[in-house]
Write a protein that binds this ligand. Structure first.
Ligand code: AP5
Ligand code: MG
Ligand code: ZN
Length: 234
Protein backbone atom coordinates (compact mmCIF):
# COMPACT_ATOMS: atom_id res chain seq x y z
CA UNK A 1 0.00 0.00 0.00
CA UNK A 2 1.18 3.51 -0.79
CA UNK A 3 1.72 5.85 2.12
CA UNK A 4 -0.20 9.11 1.75
CA UNK A 5 2.17 11.70 3.15
CA UNK A 6 1.07 14.50 5.44
CA UNK A 7 2.96 17.08 7.43
CA UNK A 8 3.42 14.79 10.42
CA UNK A 9 4.64 11.74 8.60
CA UNK A 10 8.33 10.99 8.60
CA UNK A 11 10.54 8.02 7.94
CA UNK A 12 12.92 6.80 10.60
CA UNK A 13 16.28 8.32 11.44
CA UNK A 14 17.84 5.12 10.18
CA UNK A 15 16.84 6.00 6.65
CA UNK A 16 18.82 9.18 6.85
CA UNK A 17 21.99 7.49 8.02
CA UNK A 18 21.94 4.20 6.18
CA UNK A 19 23.05 4.46 2.55
CA UNK A 20 20.00 3.90 0.42
CA UNK A 21 18.64 4.39 -3.05
CA UNK A 22 15.85 6.92 -3.43
CA UNK A 23 13.67 6.77 -6.52
CA UNK A 24 11.63 9.76 -7.74
CA UNK A 25 8.69 8.52 -9.78
CA UNK A 26 6.32 10.80 -11.66
CA UNK A 27 5.05 11.63 -15.13
CA UNK A 28 6.96 13.76 -17.61
CA UNK A 29 7.11 17.28 -16.16
CA UNK A 30 5.98 16.21 -12.69
CA UNK A 31 8.86 18.15 -11.13
CA UNK A 32 11.31 15.29 -10.58
CA UNK A 33 14.36 17.29 -11.68
CA UNK A 34 13.31 20.39 -9.74
CA UNK A 35 12.82 18.44 -6.49
CA UNK A 36 15.79 16.10 -7.03
CA UNK A 37 18.19 19.05 -7.00
CA UNK A 38 16.82 20.21 -3.63
CA UNK A 39 16.75 16.76 -2.01
CA UNK A 40 20.25 15.91 -3.20
CA UNK A 41 21.78 19.11 -1.92
CA UNK A 42 19.96 18.59 1.41
CA UNK A 43 21.06 14.94 1.80
CA UNK A 44 24.42 15.44 0.04
CA UNK A 45 23.94 12.51 -2.31
CA UNK A 46 24.42 12.33 -6.11
CA UNK A 47 21.48 13.15 -8.38
CA UNK A 48 21.31 10.58 -11.16
CA UNK A 49 18.94 11.66 -13.93
CA UNK A 50 18.94 9.20 -16.82
CA UNK A 51 17.43 11.92 -19.05
CA UNK A 52 20.30 14.33 -18.20
CA UNK A 53 22.94 11.63 -18.81
CA UNK A 54 21.37 10.80 -22.18
CA UNK A 55 21.15 14.47 -23.20
CA UNK A 56 24.79 14.98 -22.30
CA UNK A 57 25.69 11.92 -24.44
CA UNK A 58 23.70 13.45 -27.31
CA UNK A 59 25.47 16.80 -27.05
CA UNK A 60 28.86 15.04 -26.94
CA UNK A 61 27.81 12.84 -29.88
CA UNK A 62 28.84 9.60 -28.19
CA UNK A 63 27.71 6.22 -29.63
CA UNK A 64 25.10 5.99 -26.83
CA UNK A 65 23.87 9.49 -27.64
CA UNK A 66 23.55 8.63 -31.32
CA UNK A 67 21.48 5.54 -30.49
CA UNK A 68 19.26 7.36 -27.98
CA UNK A 69 18.57 10.60 -29.86
CA UNK A 70 15.75 9.48 -32.13
CA UNK A 71 13.86 7.68 -29.40
CA UNK A 72 14.08 10.73 -27.15
CA UNK A 73 13.08 13.30 -29.75
CA UNK A 74 10.02 11.22 -30.61
CA UNK A 75 9.11 10.93 -26.93
CA UNK A 76 9.66 7.15 -26.82
CA UNK A 77 11.62 5.30 -24.17
CA UNK A 78 15.21 4.31 -24.93
CA UNK A 79 15.61 0.47 -24.92
CA UNK A 80 16.11 -1.13 -21.50
CA UNK A 81 19.50 -2.74 -22.21
CA UNK A 82 21.13 0.63 -23.03
CA UNK A 83 19.62 2.29 -19.97
CA UNK A 84 20.44 -0.51 -17.54
CA UNK A 85 24.11 -0.61 -18.63
CA UNK A 86 24.30 3.16 -18.22
CA UNK A 87 22.84 3.07 -14.70
CA UNK A 88 25.02 0.11 -13.67
CA UNK A 89 28.11 2.14 -14.65
CA UNK A 90 26.92 5.26 -12.88
CA UNK A 91 25.95 3.67 -9.55
CA UNK A 92 29.21 1.72 -9.57
CA UNK A 93 31.12 4.98 -9.18
CA UNK A 94 32.68 5.89 -5.83
CA UNK A 95 30.39 8.84 -5.07
CA UNK A 96 27.37 6.49 -4.92
CA UNK A 97 28.62 4.50 -1.94
CA UNK A 98 26.73 6.70 0.52
CA UNK A 99 23.46 6.39 -1.38
CA UNK A 100 21.99 8.21 -4.39
CA UNK A 101 18.79 9.51 -5.91
CA UNK A 102 17.44 8.16 -9.19
CA UNK A 103 15.38 10.63 -11.27
CA UNK A 104 13.62 9.09 -14.28
CA UNK A 105 14.82 5.53 -13.61
CA UNK A 106 13.38 2.92 -13.46
CA UNK A 107 10.71 3.54 -16.08
CA UNK A 108 9.73 -0.02 -17.03
CA UNK A 109 9.13 -3.21 -15.09
CA UNK A 110 12.28 -4.67 -16.68
CA UNK A 111 14.35 -1.75 -15.41
CA UNK A 112 12.82 -2.06 -11.92
CA UNK A 113 13.72 -5.74 -11.74
CA UNK A 114 17.26 -5.08 -12.99
CA UNK A 115 17.65 -2.32 -10.41
CA UNK A 116 16.58 -4.73 -7.67
CA UNK A 117 19.49 -7.01 -8.65
CA UNK A 118 21.97 -4.11 -8.79
CA UNK A 119 20.93 -2.91 -5.33
CA UNK A 120 21.27 -6.41 -3.93
CA UNK A 121 24.80 -6.65 -5.38
CA UNK A 122 25.65 -3.38 -3.66
CA UNK A 123 24.03 -4.59 -0.41
CA UNK A 124 21.53 -1.75 -0.45
CA UNK A 125 18.08 -2.73 0.79
CA UNK A 126 14.84 -1.99 -0.97
CA UNK A 127 14.71 1.57 -2.31
CA UNK A 128 12.65 4.41 -0.88
CA UNK A 129 10.23 5.43 -3.64
CA UNK A 130 8.56 8.83 -3.84
CA UNK A 131 5.76 9.24 -6.35
CA UNK A 132 5.00 12.85 -7.38
CA UNK A 133 1.30 12.75 -8.23
CA UNK A 134 0.35 15.33 -10.90
CA UNK A 135 -2.67 15.34 -13.26
CA UNK A 136 -2.15 15.08 -17.02
CA UNK A 137 -3.50 18.59 -17.57
CA UNK A 138 -0.93 20.11 -15.22
CA UNK A 139 1.88 17.97 -16.72
CA UNK A 140 1.13 19.43 -20.16
CA UNK A 141 1.11 23.02 -18.78
CA UNK A 142 4.45 22.44 -17.07
CA UNK A 143 6.15 20.88 -20.09
CA UNK A 144 4.93 23.37 -22.65
CA UNK A 145 6.12 26.33 -20.55
CA UNK A 146 9.46 24.87 -19.47
CA UNK A 147 12.68 26.62 -20.44
CA UNK A 148 16.19 25.41 -19.64
CA UNK A 149 19.56 27.08 -19.45
CA UNK A 150 21.97 25.33 -21.86
CA UNK A 151 24.89 26.52 -19.78
CA UNK A 152 24.03 25.58 -16.15
CA UNK A 153 20.95 23.34 -16.82
CA UNK A 154 18.79 25.40 -14.45
CA UNK A 155 15.08 24.91 -15.19
CA UNK A 156 12.50 27.68 -15.45
CA UNK A 157 8.83 27.95 -16.39
CA UNK A 158 7.46 30.93 -18.29
CA UNK A 159 4.57 31.26 -15.80
CA UNK A 160 5.33 29.20 -12.69
CA UNK A 161 9.07 29.87 -12.27
CA UNK A 162 9.96 32.75 -14.59
CA UNK A 163 13.49 34.15 -14.77
CA UNK A 164 14.01 37.76 -13.62
CA UNK A 165 14.54 38.86 -17.25
CA UNK A 166 12.44 37.08 -19.86
CA UNK A 167 14.39 34.39 -21.74
CA UNK A 168 17.65 34.94 -19.77
CA UNK A 169 19.18 32.68 -17.08
CA UNK A 170 19.35 34.44 -13.67
CA UNK A 171 22.59 32.62 -12.81
CA UNK A 172 24.77 33.19 -15.86
CA UNK A 173 22.89 35.34 -18.40
CA UNK A 174 22.68 32.59 -21.06
CA UNK A 175 19.70 32.58 -23.47
CA UNK A 176 17.12 30.03 -22.31
CA UNK A 177 16.03 27.21 -24.64
CA UNK A 178 13.14 24.78 -25.03
CA UNK A 179 13.93 21.05 -24.80
CA UNK A 180 13.68 19.15 -28.12
CA UNK A 181 11.04 16.82 -26.65
CA UNK A 182 8.86 19.59 -25.19
CA UNK A 183 7.02 19.99 -28.52
CA UNK A 184 3.33 19.07 -28.50
CA UNK A 185 3.71 15.84 -30.49
CA UNK A 186 6.59 14.51 -28.37
CA UNK A 187 4.78 15.49 -25.16
CA UNK A 188 1.81 13.36 -26.26
CA UNK A 189 4.10 10.37 -26.89
CA UNK A 190 5.85 10.79 -23.54
CA UNK A 191 2.48 10.77 -21.75
CA UNK A 192 1.50 7.54 -23.52
CA UNK A 193 4.87 5.94 -22.68
CA UNK A 194 4.40 6.98 -19.06
CA UNK A 195 0.85 5.59 -18.79
CA UNK A 196 1.67 2.30 -20.47
CA UNK A 197 5.14 1.53 -19.18
CA UNK A 198 5.97 3.61 -16.10
CA UNK A 199 2.70 4.11 -14.17
CA UNK A 200 2.53 0.33 -13.39
CA UNK A 201 5.65 0.82 -11.23
CA UNK A 202 3.50 2.60 -8.63
CA UNK A 203 1.75 -0.72 -7.98
CA UNK A 204 5.00 -2.66 -8.18
CA UNK A 205 6.71 -0.56 -5.50
CA UNK A 206 3.47 -0.17 -3.53
CA UNK A 207 3.59 -3.89 -2.85
CA UNK A 208 7.06 -3.55 -1.37
CA UNK A 209 5.75 -1.07 1.22
CA UNK A 210 8.27 1.75 0.80
CA UNK A 211 6.27 3.94 -1.57
CA UNK A 212 5.39 7.49 -0.51
CA UNK A 213 2.67 9.08 -2.59
CA UNK A 214 2.96 12.88 -2.55
CA UNK A 215 0.72 15.60 -4.00
CA UNK A 216 2.94 17.10 -6.73
CA UNK A 217 0.53 19.97 -7.42
CA UNK A 218 1.88 22.28 -4.73
CA UNK A 219 4.34 25.12 -5.20
CA UNK A 220 7.92 23.89 -5.63
CA UNK A 221 8.80 25.36 -2.22
CA UNK A 222 5.94 23.62 -0.34
CA UNK A 223 6.74 20.37 -2.08
CA UNK A 224 10.41 20.62 -1.12
CA UNK A 225 9.55 21.12 2.54
CA UNK A 226 7.15 18.18 2.48
CA UNK A 227 9.82 15.97 0.91
CA UNK A 228 12.50 17.24 3.27
CA UNK A 229 10.33 16.28 6.23
CA UNK A 230 10.26 12.72 4.92
CA UNK A 231 13.95 12.46 5.68
CA UNK A 232 13.85 14.10 9.09
CA UNK A 233 13.91 12.42 12.44
CA UNK A 234 10.44 12.17 13.97
P1 AP5 B 1 13.60 12.84 -18.70
O1 AP5 B 1 14.60 13.88 -18.91
O2 AP5 B 1 13.65 12.03 -17.47
O3 AP5 B 1 12.16 13.48 -18.90
P2 AP5 B 1 10.75 13.25 -18.19
O4 AP5 B 1 10.57 12.06 -17.34
O5 AP5 B 1 9.80 13.37 -19.32
O6 AP5 B 1 10.65 14.34 -17.17
P3 AP5 B 1 11.10 15.80 -17.33
O7 AP5 B 1 12.56 15.94 -17.14
O8 AP5 B 1 10.49 16.34 -18.60
O9 AP5 B 1 10.28 16.48 -16.14
P4 AP5 B 1 10.63 16.56 -14.60
O10 AP5 B 1 9.70 15.64 -13.86
O11 AP5 B 1 12.08 16.45 -14.34
O12 AP5 B 1 10.11 18.03 -14.33
P5 AP5 B 1 10.92 19.41 -14.11
O13 AP5 B 1 11.45 19.45 -12.73
O14 AP5 B 1 11.84 19.69 -15.24
O15 AP5 B 1 13.64 11.83 -19.94
C1 AP5 B 1 13.65 12.32 -21.26
C2 AP5 B 1 13.68 11.17 -22.24
O16 AP5 B 1 14.86 10.41 -22.05
C3 AP5 B 1 12.54 10.16 -22.12
O17 AP5 B 1 11.38 10.58 -22.83
C4 AP5 B 1 13.18 8.92 -22.73
O18 AP5 B 1 13.23 9.01 -24.14
C5 AP5 B 1 14.63 9.02 -22.23
N1 AP5 B 1 14.80 8.31 -20.93
C6 AP5 B 1 15.17 8.89 -19.74
N2 AP5 B 1 15.22 7.97 -18.78
C7 AP5 B 1 14.87 6.80 -19.34
C8 AP5 B 1 14.69 5.48 -18.84
N3 AP5 B 1 14.90 5.19 -17.55
N4 AP5 B 1 14.30 4.51 -19.70
C9 AP5 B 1 14.08 4.78 -21.02
N5 AP5 B 1 14.22 6.00 -21.56
C10 AP5 B 1 14.60 7.01 -20.73
O19 AP5 B 1 9.67 20.44 -14.18
C11 AP5 B 1 8.93 20.63 -15.37
C12 AP5 B 1 8.47 22.10 -15.48
O20 AP5 B 1 7.55 22.38 -14.44
C13 AP5 B 1 9.60 23.12 -15.32
O21 AP5 B 1 9.35 24.20 -16.17
C14 AP5 B 1 9.52 23.56 -13.85
O22 AP5 B 1 9.95 24.88 -13.68
C15 AP5 B 1 8.01 23.43 -13.58
N6 AP5 B 1 7.72 22.98 -12.22
C16 AP5 B 1 8.40 22.02 -11.50
N7 AP5 B 1 7.80 21.84 -10.30
C17 AP5 B 1 6.72 22.69 -10.27
C18 AP5 B 1 5.72 22.95 -9.30
N8 AP5 B 1 5.70 22.31 -8.11
N9 AP5 B 1 4.77 23.89 -9.60
C19 AP5 B 1 4.78 24.53 -10.79
N10 AP5 B 1 5.72 24.33 -11.75
C20 AP5 B 1 6.68 23.42 -11.49
MG1 MG C 1 13.78 16.00 -15.52
ZN1 ZN D 1 22.30 29.20 -16.49
Amino acid sequence: MANRVDARQTVTAENQRTPQAIILLGGPGAGKGTQAREICSHLEIPHISTGDILRSNISQQTPLGQKAKEYMNRGDLVPDDLIIDMVRDRIGQADCQGGFLLDGFPRTLGQAKALGGLLQDKRLGSPMVINLRVSTEVLVQRLSGRRICPSCQRTYHVTFQPPLRSGICDTDGAALQQRADDREEAIRERLVAYDEQTAPLIGYYGNEGRLFDVNGEQTPQLLTSELTRLFEVA
